[in-house]
Design a protein around this ligand. Structure first.
Ligand SMILES: *[C@@H]1O[C@H](CO)[C@@H](O)[C@H](O)[C@H]1NC(C)=O
Ligand SMILES: *[C@@H]1O[C@H](CO)[C@@H](O)[C@H](O)[C@H]1NC(C)=O
Length: 331
């Protein structure tokens, strides 16, 4: 029964999102040259897409567009980004873009199966800052995503690939900090990060005005992504060092709760808990072990100031398998 309900709600939501896309005149124009809207079609899509990339360059478009003939989107050379094709042994997005305050910030989801929301919103904000070289340097509203998109994680933490990104593409997101009870941006967090809140307090309502900083106009505050895509394991580093952090999801095992220092490696008898979404902001080598540098959403007290170094490849909880990113739409 629970399964049927779950799948029904996913289907209704997909239908809802499709209808939303259709009804928006703005989006119809924006999408008129992008016929392939599924993630599958963009899987082979790395920072350097070869010949098609050059064709698109000649057309003079910016960011990501669909190539007319193949209907496949390609990233093209964009003066907003410094293409970095080097093999860095170590990389930390906080050091590469020190002007972008959001990159290293750690939030607290309060054990509410919301890691998907913090990871995607965080990457979106980081990438807005990187693409604008710091002129857009704001928090984006996790609150609006959670209370207005209708997206919910299943009991094992999973959210259908790309759902949040699809929301950022069609609806966009207003500004708003993730710290409870501030006037940071249009829609800052309304719910304190506390475990097991009474349902009444935890109930979120979607509103279409700014209640944080009420001098901001809700209708003019949304920013959107132009395109979102799956990043293959071999493309993760080049993606991050040119365009900024990406979201990743890892299989969470119970030994991670005890992890304090060094590089986390899955231990033999650990029990599977669920899926956890994180922000991948870099990598390095420690005592001969290659690791990914991840920002989790369990507050600053957890792990190494809220961050986690996880072994790359085998015994790294499949962190390379579910990597997604998006290019923001800059006017
Ligand atoms: C980006 O901003 C920094 C200052 O924050 C400045 O030094 C640098 O020249 C800028 N880069 C570009 C390409 O505008
Ligand atoms: C509120 O937003 C306005 C417009 O973006 C900004 O100038 C102002 O500094 C903000 N106020 C606070 C308290 O953040």
């Amino acid at each position: 029964m629970a399964n049927i309900l779950f799948f029904t709600s996913i289907m209704l939501l997909s239908f809802y999102l499709t209808e939303q896309t259709k009804s928006s005149h703005d989006n119809m124009i924006a999408n008129s040259d992008i016929k392939t809207n599924t993630l599958k079609s963009v899987e082979n899509f790395g920072p350097n897409s070869g010949e098609e990339e050059n064709i698109m360059m000649l057309l003079g478009t910016r960011g990501v567009e669909a190539a007319t003939k193949s209907k496949k989107p390609y990233k093209i050379r964009n003066p907003r980004y410094v293409i970095d094709n080097q093999n860095h042994k170590e990389f930390d997005a906080r050091k590469r873009w020190p002007q972008c305050k959001t990159i290293g910030e750690v939030y607290n989801e309060g054990n509410a199966l919301l890691s998907w929301a913090y990871a995607t919103t965080g990457v979106f904000a980081d990438r807005m800052c990187i693409a604008t070289n710091g002129s857009y340097n704001k928090h984006l509203s996790t609150e609006e995503l959670i209370s207005c998109s209708g997206i919910k994680a299943s009991a094992n933490g999973w959210v259908r690939d790309g759902l949040a990104w699809e929301y950022f593409k069609t609806h966009g997101l207003v500004s708003g900090g993730s710290i409870y009870n501030t006037n940071d941006g249009c829609q800052p967090s309304k719910i304190p990060p506390v475990c097991n809140l009474p349902t009444k307090i935890n109930k979120r309502t979607c509103v279409d005005y700014c209640y944080g900083n009420d001098t901001i106009k809700y209708n003019h505050d949304h920013v959107k992504v132009r395109y979102y895509y799956h990043v293959k394991p071999k493309d993760i580093q080049k993606e991050v060092q040119t365009y900024g952090p990406v979201t990743a999801a890892l299989n969470l095992y119970d030994d991670i709760f005890l992890h304090k220092s060094g590089v986390y490696t899955l231990t033999k008898n650990a029990k599977y808990v669920r899926l956890q979404y994180v922000k991948l902001i870099g990598w390095g080598v420690e005592n001969g072990v290659d690791y990914w540098l991840l920002v989790n959403s369990w507050g600053n007290e957890w792990g190494q100031n809220g961050l986690l170094k996880i072994k790359r490849g085998k015994y790294g909880c499949a962190v390379e398998s579910f990597v997604y990113a998006a290019v923001p739409k800059i006017k």
